[in-house]
Design a protein around this ligand. Structure first.
Ligand code: HPA
Ligand code: ZN
Length: 327
């Protein structure tokens, strides 16, 4: 079977990866030891056993606990360097990486520490691996808009080190409208804007992300299939969806990969992409997402593989010239 080999080998961009979600259990324990942080798990195996999620919130609780071992600039550097080396093995040539500053500043870690460590990893990865990588600052939507504004303020001295802002964490009960003002300010500052919407939340949250936040991409967006007018809008305006199949499977958004709606999104002409979201927690990096999804959905062919890789470059915020060179 040549399809898995093609999926693995094709150059691709990854546009939906939370760097804190790339923290493997082994690195969580190594950093806990290095930093003298106590973990409520006896060992790597016990932590892995806790990765049995029922919905988004059950994952987020463990994801934020895992991030508690990150204290020093070197920790952020090591985490991002490990992800970028792993992504390069999957033939990712460009990555746009979310980071959650509030998860760290709430624990007393300076935003300078976070951004400097992550940025240094991106710079070194370009030199050492030939991979281009950019950062997207993501606001936690379970916190207030005021808290998001304070975070943006702290990030202003580092504006040249991230290309845009996103919106993640607990979706239900926290609609995009809650962040209308802070996203307007980010747009004025010339930042790209994206938002998680329609992962667990209704199509109305995708409309809100588009109309109120003016999101240029929708992260997840799989609930759009329940709204025909929204599907037409996404197709006509070529608003990309950064789909994460293994994440959707592990968070019970779909009962199986065979039931995933990626084929329907592509069939409707949407600029869908495949991404890993939180690979250390969901059981696979980007190539595992491609290979397992295509194996479960035999309707997907080499033509779809090419389309998804092409979409990933079109949907990226890389300069036009680079996008064209990648395909
Ligand atoms: N959804 C919302 N918040 C997140 C996710 C996600 O898939 N991953 C990390 N934070
Ligand atoms: Zn996500």
């Amino acid at each position: 079977e040549r399809l898995p080999a093609l999926l693995a080998a094709m150059p691709k961009a990854e546009l939906h990866i939370h760097i804190e979600g790339s923290l493997e259990p082994e690195m969580i324990f190594a950093l806990a030891r290095r930093n003298g942080v106590d973990l409520p798990y006896a060992n790597v195996e016990a932590l892995r056993r806790a990765y049995a999620f029922t919905d988004l919130q059950s994952f987020l609780d463990i994801y934020y606990a895992g991030a508690s071992v990150l204290l020093k600039e070197q920790d952020f550097y090591d985490m991002a360097s490990a992800y970028l080396a792993r992504a390069a093995m999957d033939n990712v040539v460009h990555a746009e990486i979310f980071f959650d500053p509030q998860t760290h500043t709430a624990r007393g870690v300076a935003i300078d520490t976070v951004i400097q460590g992550l940025h240094r990893a991106c710079v070194d990865a370009r030199a050492e691996l030939g991979i281009s990588a950019s950062l997207i600052l993501s606001f936690l939507r379970h916190l207030s808009e005021e808290d998001a504004f304070a975070t943006l303020e702290q990030a202003l001295p580092w504006m040249d080190k991230f290309i845009g802002v996103g919106l993640d964490s607990s979706e239900l009960g926290h609609p995009p409208e809650k962040f209308a003002r802070v996203f307007a300010r980010c747009r004025e500052l010339g930042l790209h804007v994206v938002a998680h919407a329609g992962e667990e939340g209704p199509p109305a949250y995708i409309w809100g992300a588009l109309d109120v936040l003016k999101a240029e991409r929708i992260d997840h967006g799989v609930q759009a299939v329940h709204d025909a007018a929204l599907m037409r809008r996404l197709a006509e305006e070529r608003i990309p969806l950064t789909v994460c199949p293994l994440s959707n499977l592990k968070l019970c958004v779909f009962p199986s990969l065979a039931a995933h709606n990626l084929p329907a999104l592509l069939e409707a002409g949407l600029v869908a992409t495949v991404n890993s979201d939180d690979p250390a927690y969901f059981g696979g990096y980007i190539n595992a997402n491609f290979i397992q999804t295509f194996a479960a959905l035999p309707i997907l062919t080499a033509r779809h593989a090419w389309q998804l890789a092409h979409n990933s470059f079109e949907a990226s915020f890389a300069p036009q010239a680079e996008k064209r060179a990648w395909g």
